[in-house]
Design a protein around this ligand. Sequence first.
Ligand code: GAR
Length: 188
Amino acid sequence: MKNLAVFASGTGTNFEAIAKACAEGVIDARVAVMVCDVPGAAVIAKAERYGVPTFVFAPKSYAGGKAAYEKEIVDLLDREKIDLVCLAGYMRIVGDVLLGAYGGRIINIHPSLLPAFRGAHAVEQAVAYGVKVYGITIHYVDAVLDGGKIIAQRAFEYDGNDPEEVHRIGQKIEHALYIETINKLISK
Ligand code: GAR
């Protein structure tokens, strides 16, 4: 059985969808660890509920910065024999240490049809622009923000101006697409 690591910074609905799919055998893998860079984030309690071990860290507490905490994360991923790292609302740029060790095995979900609307507020940017077709992208992570090779995309139409509604519609699509995509990747 394959070992997944899920990285998250906030609410963790994608984490929960993945953990539930693993627990129910919909994904033939286990979530071996949940990595979170925001102490107190809601995703931590969700991980505990699913019995998933957590590694929670405060980036600012590392004198050695990104290289130092990523070294700790790489050691953890090695120990847990992680096959695939799934970023699920991990709002931090992945650095050289993690990419050097796990590049090609790190994927991210992003709430826009990349390459449009990169960055932290993709849905708000898309609504402000007035687009009529929205979507979700899953891509490999490389050194460019939201820039790696695209693995999967799913679009939906929306003709309105309420970002919350777009988030609600997009979230359901994210969960389904992430589960499908993880299944495809781990069965390769
Ligand atoms: C998701 O919508 C994900 O696409 C987005 O953060 C949200 C996390 O939600 N990620 C990005 O914007 C990455 N650039 P969740 O904590 O409920 O899974």
